[in-house]
Design a protein around this ligand. Structure first.
Ligand SMILES: CC(C)(COP(=O)(O)OP(=O)(O)OC[C@H]1O[C@@H](n2cnc3c(N)ncnc32)[C@H](O)[C@@H]1OP(=O)(O)O)[C@@H](O)C(=O)NCCC(=O)NCCS
Length: 216
């Protein structure tokens, strides 16, 4: 597969999505990895994870970067050497990267019924007030909520953030593709604008930090 989707969002943000259909060797032959990432790749336990990791390097290429332009900090957060912000996600059949002038977080999740079983572990009290388990879109809505929390965590990856206690998404229309969320963790209080869309059987979510509360 070539690039599955590219979107130019706002003025300074680029979204790239890869549909992972290639075998390991086909991807590996086209990628030049740093020594550190070669070690990492070889230590991954599943071929699926390896293919996801390699497909992200194909997305770097599509965006005009190589593996040598990206470094990871001690928390595992990726950084581009030219100062742009980057966020990465890979899940089953797809991978995605977002590159921007501003901080961004992205998450791709396969939509699965089993998210219902863990919902109470990550949904906040405020979210529980509007969640309705009988809604036909319940799995979809929960997957958006999960993606919101992963995306926000990727932006503000402070140790100790709890998805359930510190991140809340305000009630939203599942057909709108837009939501707003808040992070309250110790003395950090931030608001985020979130966009979401389905990519076949996956939910893609990405978040931007906003300057004030109005977006709510
Ligand atoms: C780190 C974390 C955000 C990764 O998310 P994930 O859904 O497992 O996997 P994704 O494919 O979406 O994202 C993985 C990518 O996130 C990026 N990433 C890893 N750690 C990161 C961090 N601390 N900050 C920002 N980005 C990070 C990496 O680029 C990674 O891919 P790569 O290493 O192959 O480049 C997630 O595992 C995590 O730790 N979440 C917070 C912990 C938590 O509270 N969990 C659930 C509580 S109910």
């Amino acid at each position: 597969m070539a690039l599955f989707k590219y979107e130019h969002i706002g003025t300074h943000t680029h979204l790239y999505i890869w549909k992972i259909e290639e075998e390991f060797d086909d991807l590996f032959d086209e990628i030049h990895l740093t020594d550190m990432n070669m070690i990492r790749l070889m230590s991954m336990k599943s071929v699926q994870h390896q293919r996801g990791f390699l497909s992200v390097r194909k997305l770097f290429q599509a965006a005009g970067y190589t593996d040598f332009d990206v470094t990871y900090d001690a928390t595992g957060k990726p950084h581009l050497n030219d100062g742009h912000h980057i966020s990465i996600s890979h899940s089953h059949g797809f991978s995605a990267i977002m590159i921007s002038d501003t901080t961004v977080g992205i998450d791709l999740e396969l939509m699965r019924e089993k998210i219902i079983r863990i919902a109470d572990k990550f949904t906040s009290e405020e979210e529980e007030k509007y969640l309705d388990a009988s809604d036909d879109n319940y799995v979809k809505i929960l997957t958006v909520l999960w993606g919101v929390k992963e995306s926000i965590f990727k932006i503000r990856n402070e140790i100790g953030i709890s998805f359930k206690d510190h991140i809340t998404t305000f009630a939203f229309d599942i057909n709108s593709g837009i939501a707003h969320a808040r992070l309250d963790f110790e003395d950090i209080h931030r608001h985020f604008e979130v966009k979401f869309q389905t990519i076949e059987d996956h939910m893609l979510v990405y978040a931007f930090e906003t300057a004030n509360e109005k977006a709510l």
